[in-house]
Design a protein around this ligand. Structure first.
Ligand SMILES: NC(=O)c1ccc[n+]([C@@H]2O[C@H](COP(=O)([O-])OP(=O)(O)OC[C@H]3O[C@@H](n4cnc5c(N)ncnc54)[C@H](O)[C@@H]3O)[C@@H](O)[C@H]2O)c1
Length: 339
């Protein structure tokens, strides 16, 4: 899949050979398309194992672009990753590949340790071993706000928050963050980490909350809501996350961490009712009838109560704020799944 690698060397131009891992997943597919289209002088190597959560068809529209190549690879396979770095002369990494579903990590955690921790460590080793000089290099690690644990009614997570993960998923992401920091501190590897709140938008796997709600509305089946539905999450439209990643990739300071969020705090039940209301106005189906599909189910084990993100740092340093208002983002997402 993809093209044979054709480097675009221009006089005085320093080529960026960017490895994006997990590019056939939800956020990765938006990021890969964004970079391939916006930066024709960068070569984007998309490495993905193509797990159940991926869909390579998300990338159909760019698969023949000259500056794009796809490789089916498992980041847990150290030898292949070392060889890949060397052969493709990788200069930059944006690392998204991970097992990402909390419920799955509660059922079975081993694969989370492998892909999220060992996989990250393999990539760090490959970067350390291949990058003779750290000039014009970057290892950008994409992480989650879930590493910080849970909040009470007040306060927000920031870059200063202490790590306190509660699920096997968040523990594996926290461990990978620590390895990235350790490689910066020990080997001076040029790293950046960003911790983002919940993303939503097209291409997300059906197992996640918003696609589940929309899918069950479309199929007229019960919408399961954990516990009392009062757990609060912050929601960010996926393209806004991609814009923030682009910004930090180009302007972020080496060794720093940045928090990214949507400033859209909602309880799960408020979110569900909002989606139902937007779905009702798009389809004309009665709102009261749709609300009857909500079914409260046994709470998730170790369910964090509240997440919220303080975006002051990225806002003050780079003028970044989320652009997509929640109604518009949800409406576009519903229309995507309806189609
Ligand atoms: N979705 C969110 O709300 C959110 C929020 C903050 C941070 N993140 C982080 O962003 C990243 C991407 O999340 P997503 O929601 O797009 O996840 P996703 O599950 O949709 O996609 C993950 C991708 O990684 C690939 N992958 C998994 N294991 C692999 C392995 N061993 N080798 C190679 N590829 C592998 C999968 O095939 C898939 O394409 C993750 O690191 C996640 O922790 C996600």
């Amino acid at each position: 899949m993809g093209n044979i690698f054709k480097p675009l060397h221009k006089k005085g131009f320093k080529m960026k050979n960017i490895l994006i891992t997990g590019g056939a997943g939800f956020i990765g597919s938006h990021l890969v398309k964004h970079f391939v289209k916006k930066y024709p002088n960068y070569h984007i190597f998309n490495v993905d194992k193509l797990t159940y959560a991926s869909n390579i068809k998300f990338l159909n529209e760019i698969e023949n672009e000259n500056n794009y190549t796809f490789f089916k690879l498992d980041i847990c396979d150290l030898n292949s990753i070392l060889e890949f770095f060397n052969e493709k002369n990788i200069t930059h990494v944006i690392h998204l590949a991970a097992e990402s579903h909390v419920d799955k990590s509660i059922e079975s955690s081993i694969v989370f340790g492998k892909s999220n921790v060992l996989g990250t460590l393999n990539l760090l080793e490959a970067a350390k071993n291949n990058w003779k000089s750290n000039e014009e290099k970057l290892f950008y690690h994409i992480s989650t706000d879930e590493v910080f644990g849970t909040l009470g009614e007040k306060g927000k997570f920031s870059e200063e928050s202490k790590y306190d993960p509660h699920s096997p998923y968040s523990a594996s992401k926290a461990a990978s963050d620590h390895f990235v920091r350790a490689f910066h501190d020990t080997y001076k590897l040029p790293t950046i980490i960003s911790n983002c709140s919940n993303n939503y938008g097209p291409n997300q796997n059906k197992e996640k909350l918003i696609p589940t709600i929309i899918h069950n509305l479309i199929t007229n089946t019960e919408i399961p809501i954990y516990g009392d539905g009062k757990n609060i999450r912050d929601w960010l439209f996926v393209q806004d996350h991609v814009d923030a990643i682009d910004l930090l990739f180009h302007k972020g300071k080496i060794g720093e961490t940045y928090c990214i969020g949507g400033e859209n705090e909602l309880s799960n039940i408020e979110l569900t009712k909002k989606i139902i209301s937007i779905y009702s106005s798009i389809t004309g189906i009665d709102n009261i009838k749709l609300n009857k599909l909500i079914k409260y189910v046994k709470d998730r084990l170790g369910h964090d109560k509240r997440y919220a993100i303080d975006i002051t740092k990225i806002k003050n340093e780079f003028n970044w704020i989320p652009k997509t208002n929640l109604e518009k983002g949800l409406s576009d997402t519903i229309k995507y799944y309806l189609n």
